[in-house]
Design a protein around this ligand. Structure first.
Ligand SMILES: *Cc1c(COP(=O)(O)O)cnc(C)c1O
Length: 364
C-alpha cells in the first residue's frame, strides 16, 4: 500500500531474533575469544560505564591505568560505586611505562581489578598491553581492556592474553555504526560481577544482559533498534570479506606511511613507532605556530586535522587514518595538507618528498 510518510530509515523490519546470537559469535571470532559476548545497544562509552557500574562496590580494589579521559572516567565510575581506586597515569600524550604499572602493583595493597585502554585515538599511543596482562595474570587480577579504538587496528587476542572483559565498538577501525557496542566477559569476571549486590534492572547492568546469554541469546532485552543491528551485520560482512588480518595490516600501513611521510616532510611523528597506535598519528606543532591556525588552513583544503585530546601541555595535531581512512588517499591528503599548512605559516616543509615517501610506502 502506498504510504506517503514511509521512510527507509524508520520503516525497517525488526532484526530477526535468531541472528543476534550469530552476531555475538562473529564478534567473538574477531576478538579471538570463547568468552560470553554481550551486545549493547549504545555507544561504547555506555558499555564501559556499564562495566564499571557492574563491578564497583565497597571492598573492590582497582588499579586504573590512565592515558586519556576514557581512563579517568572509568576510575570515576568505579569510585562512585564505592570501589577503592588507585590511578597510575602516563605523561600526557604518551603510553604508560610498564615499570610504572609493575611498581604500582608491587606497592600494594592487593588489587582485584586492573583497567587499561589498549590504543588511544585521543593521542595516537599504544599501551604495552601484552606486558600489562602478564603482570595481571601472574597476580590473579581480573582485567578490563578498553579496545574500542584498537579492535581492527591492532592484533587483539582476548583469550591468548587472558583479558577478562574487553569492550569494543564498531565505529572506529572496523568502520561500522556508532550506536551499538559489544563486550566479552570471562567466567572469572562473571564471578566478580555476580557477587553480592550487583546492580539489576538497570540499562547499565551486565547481570541483566547475562539473562540474554543464559536464555538462548534470542531477542535482546528492551526494544532493539533494527537499523543498528543490520548495520553491525553489514560491517561484519565487510570485515570478514576483507579479512581481519588485512584490515589490521591496512591500518599498520597507513600508520607507517604517515610516519615516513612526516619524516620526509621534516616534521616527524610525536611518539616512536613502537609506542604508537595504528589509528591516528600525532605530530607536535612547532613552538611559533598554533594548532588552530594549521587546522584552519588544512580545512580550507578539505582535510580535517584535529588537536590531540587531553594531551596538554604537549601541543599535538592528529592525522586520522582509522577505518575507511586507513588508505592511500586520506594518508596522502593528511600529510600534504599538514605540510601546506606549515608552509603557509612560514615554516619549511618538503611536501614533494613526503608525497614520494608515501607513494613508495604504498607501492611496496
Ligand atoms: C572512541 C573511544 C571510546 C568511546 O566510544 P564511543 O563509541 O564514542 O562512545 C572509548 N574508548 C576509546 C579508547 C575510544 O577511542
Amino acid at each position: 500500500m502506498f504510504d506517503p510518510h514511509w521512510n527507509a530509515l524508520h520503516g525497517v523490519p525488526a532484526y530477526p531474533v535468531e541472528r543476534y546470537g550469530a552476531l555475538a559469535d562473529r564478534i567473538g571470532g574477531i576478538l579471538m575469544s570463547r568468552n560470553d559476548v554481550l551486545l549493547m545497544q549504545a555507544e561504547a562509552t555506555v558499555a564501559l560505564e556499564a562495566v564499571a557500574v557492574s563491578l564497583a562496590r565497597p571492598g573492590l580494589s582497582a588499579l586504573n591505568v590512565v592515558t586519556s579521559s576514557y581512563g579517568s572516567w572509568f576510575g570515576q565510575w568505579l569510585r562512585r560505586g564505592g570501589a577503592a581506586v588507585r590511578d597510575v597515569a602516563a605523561q600526557p600524550g604518551l603510553p604508560i611505562e610498564i615499570e610504572a604499572v609493575a611498581k604500582a602493583l608491587d606497592a600494594g595493597p592487593h588489587v582485584d581489578l586492573l583497567a587499561v585502554v589498549h590504543a588511544e585515538s585521543a593521542s595516537g599511543i599504544l599501551n604495552p598491553l601484552t606486558r600489562i596482562m602478564a603482570l595481571a595474570q601472574a597476580r590473579g587480577i581480573v582485567t578490563v581492556v578498553d579496545a574500542v579504538a584498537s579492535v581492527g587496528g591492532h592484533p587483539l587476542d582476548i583469550d591468548g592474553l587472558g583479558i577478562d572483559i574487553a569492550v569494543i565498538g564498531p565505529q572506529k577501525a572496523l568502520g561500522g555504526p556508532a550506536g551499538v557496542s559489544a563486550l566479552s566477559v570471562s567466567r572469572r569476571a562473571w564471578q566478580l560481577i555476580l557477587r553480592d549486590g550487583t546492580p539489576r534492572d538497570s540499562i547499565l547492568s551486565l547481570a541483566d544482559l547475562k539473562t540474554w546469554v543464559d536464555g538462548g541469546r534470542r531477542g535482546l532485552p528492551g526494544t532493539p533498534s533494527p537499523l543498528e543491528f543490520f548495520a553491525l551485520e553489514a560491517t561484519l560482512d565487510r570485515i570478514e570479506a576483507e579479512g581481519l588480518e588485512s584490515v589490521i595490516a591496512r591500518h599498520a600501513l597507513a600508520a607507517s606511511a604517515t610516519r615516513t611521510g612526516l619524516t620526509a616532510l621534516g616534521a616527524g611523528a610525536w611518539v616512536p613507532s613502537a609506542k604508537a597506535s595504528n589509528l591516528v598519528t600525532s605530530v607536535a606543532v612547532p613552538e611559533s605556530l598554533t594548532p588552530a591556525a594549521l587546522i584552519t588552513t588544512a580545512r580550507r583544503l578539505g582535510v580535517e586535522l584535529t588537536e590531540g585530546v587531553g594531551t596538554a601541555p604537549a601541543r599535538l595535531l592528529r592525522l586520522n587514518h582509522t577505518g575507511p581512512r586507513a588508505a592511500f588517499q586520506p594518508v596522502l591528503a593528511n600529510v600534504a595538507a599538514f605540510g601546506a599548512a606549515l608552509r603557509q605559516a612560514g615554516h619549511p616543509s618538503d611536501i614533494a618528498a613526503a608525497a614520494e615517501a608515501i607513494s613508495a610506502a604504498y607501492s611496496r
